[in-house]
Every structure is written in C-alpha cells, then in structure tokens.
Design a protein around this ligand. Sequence first.
Ligand SMILES: *Cc1c(COP(=O)(O)O)cnc(C)c1O
Length: 471
Amino acid sequence: MKLIFERGCEGQGCTLLPECDVPAVELDVPLRKTPLRLPHVSENELSRHYTEMAGQVHGVNNGFYPLGSCTMKYNPKINEKAAALPGFTGIHPLQPKHTAEGCLEVLERTEQMLCEITGMDAMTMQPAAGAHGEFTGLLLIKAYHDSRGDSRRRKIIVPDSAHGTNPASAAMVGYEVVSVPSGADGCVDLEKLREAVSDETAGLMLTNPNTVGLFDKNILEITSIIHDMGGLNYYDGANLNAVMGIARPGDMGFDVVHLNLHKTFSTPHGGGGPGSGPVGCKEFLRPFLPESPFGRPEHSIGRVKAFHGNFLVVVRALAYLLTLGREGIPEASRNAVLNANYMMEKLKDLYPMAYDETCMHEFVMTLEPLKRETGVSAMDVAKALLDYGIHPPTMYFPLIVHEALMVEPTETESRETLDEVIAVFREIYQKAHDDPQALHEAPVGTYVRRPDEVQAARKPVLRYAFTETEK
Ligand SMILES: *Cc1c(COP(=O)(O)O)cnc(C)c1O
C-alpha cells in the first residue's frame, strides 16, 4: 500500500482556508529551518487513502471479534449520534456552569446510574482508562490509610488471575505487590490469601470475573479476610459486562471499583482511545475523590486528568444506559454469559477448557494437547482464524494457562454467528491433524502475515522515512 506521502504530487491539495481577517505578521525569527513536509493530495486521493487503510483493519463492523477481556461488542450507532450533538461537542470546560446545565446533568445522571449498578455511593469520571482508574482508586485507598496515620500499610495483594494492569497500577502508586496463587478451581486460594494478609496490607485488588472467566465463588470470604485485617477491597470492574444489573461489587464487600466505559458501556475501543475508567467508592472514601464540576472534596487526592475526563465517552454511556434501561442491562449480561457458555460447550470436546466450569462472559481453552499431538500452537490457530475473517481471541493470556486462547463472544453476536465460528474452530482442529504445515503458514490472505512481534512492540516504525533528497 502507498503511504500518504507517496500519493499525490506538488500543487495538489484540498484545503480551503477562510480568508485571513487579521493582519499578516512576519516573524523576525523563522520558526522552521525547512518547509513543513505535508502531503500534497487531492480530496479523492485522501479519501482513497483512508478507505484503503480502513480495509486493512478488523473491527466489530467487519466480523466476529472475540478478544477476551476486551469486550469488543457492537456499539449502537445511536450512542455516536448522541455524542455528536453540538451541545456536547461545542462545550468548553471553562464555560460558566449555568451555561452547561445539560452537560452537568449528563455527568450527574450517569454517576447515579453507575453507582446504582455497582452499589457504590460516589464516583469520579476523571480517569481516562481502566488502568488510570486503578491508579486513582489506589490513591483513594492510600489517602484513606494516610488520613488515619496508618502508614505501615504498604502492600497490595493481587491474585495471579488478575488483569496485568492490577500489579502495575499498585507499583505505580508505590505499593509492594504481593501475589496470591489460584487454586485448581481457578479461584483465589483462601489459605494462601490468609497467609499473605497482615497489618501491612493496604488492600486487595480483585479482578472479577477473573481472567480465566470465573466468578470467584468465595468472594464474600475474600473480602472479609481483607477487611478483618483493616485493609480495603478494590474491584476491577472492567469485566462488568458479565454481571451488570445482576450482582454488585458494593454488596460483596468492595470499597472501590473502576469500570471501563469503553468496554461495557458502549464506546468503540481498541484503537487507542479515548476511553473512560470512572471510579466508584463507598461513602467514607468520598472526601478523597478528585475534584468534579460539583466541587472539590475536603481531602481530595487532586486531579488525575484535566477538567472532567473524556466527557463524550460518558455521553455514550448514558445513551446506552437509557436505551437498555433497568431490564436491558441485566439482559445484556445474561446473553453475554449465555453466548460464552454456548461456545464453550460446543468446543470443549476438541479444545479442552482450562477450567471446566460454568464460565461468565469468557472462557479459556488450552491448546497444549493439540500442540503435543500435531505441533499446531495457539498462535497457529489464532493466525488461521484471520483467513476466515475472524479476529483472534486473546492469546497466551492469562499466563497461568499454557497455550491459552481466551474467547469472549459478547452478547451482541447472534446464534448464527456463533455457530459459524464454532464450525470454523472445528474445521481448524481437523486441519491441524490433516495438514499442520498449512496452519504454520497462516494467515495467507492478510496484508501482514506474521510480523516480528517483539520488534513491532519494541521498535515500532512511527515516522515516515523520507529519502535523502527529501530530507
Ligand atoms: C481492559 C482491562 C483493564 C485495563 O483497561 P484499560 O482501559 O485498557 O487501561 C483492566 N482490568 C481488566 C480486567 C481489563 O479487562
């Protein structure tokens, strides 16, 4: 594919700037030593460029996208429409409050509904992502202990089935991370948890449903173990798609929770943002929350982001909540769980499940036996799916399962689609036995086949390499 700098030619363009209505000023010091190298393309060249790029990516609008723990569900277009209303897009964060009543109402109503869904009393909309919410929530926990002069508490307990951002966020806040293993059933090992807690425990971060797709059956016991030792409980609610409207972290002994609006509450994601990771808390933590348009709490931890967070993501969430309503929200969760269990049941005779239990919104299979028998790995199967127009599941995660593929179908897929995908998985299994070499070579129909992933992650090429004469 040609890059934008390789299209068009000198003299072409498609900018129509309005006539300058202020006097032109010549700067004494030129700001640039060389002229800016902008592409010279006409409007249709530009349109072709973006259309071609759009054809190279896979989104929910192209096909099935079962990327586990990411909730790549279909986002109804009406939410985009709401977020594009001029009253929302044309607002300025420094506008006087009385001219922004509508936007304030959006923030307030969304907060109320999300507090009701999570069982929390107050919420901040500032954090821009899930991990950012974790960081903010941990700052609340730290501020709470500090306010009581309880500065011994320097440890955060994180089970090994947690999302990878949990230990990272705890380390960012300056906490020591104490890992607790899972038992054979995929849930937190209670004995090991009891050994890990002490009067140095600031809190526990629990991803629930955890990264193997299970709702921890001992959740009430887990939270009391921590509370009994004076620690606080943090609920990573990025996977709320499985439980929203059905079970509330606030009723299970959690003091703080973050949500990923860009997963559960209908903002497209995967391309780098914008996102929103609101943090809810119980009443006793309200005084530590970041500032909001409604005021600055007495012992606020300060701002974690400019102004009021990614406001338009909140608009989409409210549109989504209002569309689904009190009946629709739990129904979405039930269907997400049903779809995952349906696929799991229809695949588990060929692809063994890491934990053979009723799953929540996602399930994890292990391809260790397949690899042993045929040499075909989880990576090969993931790559083969691309040739069928299916986005791969999450691969090699969670780390506690070998040759893992983690599938999250979401509630927005129909039974027909699920059946088609099940058939593809079964066909690939057959191929692994008949012609493993073909799977080692997959994908054959994509622009990029098997990039060097380490190089791509560590040394991404983000700048266009102009030739010498152009430099
Ligand atoms: C996605 C995810 C996160 C991180 O969210 P970001 O918005 O990517 O920072 C945290 N925890 C869980 C369980 C997740 O699935």
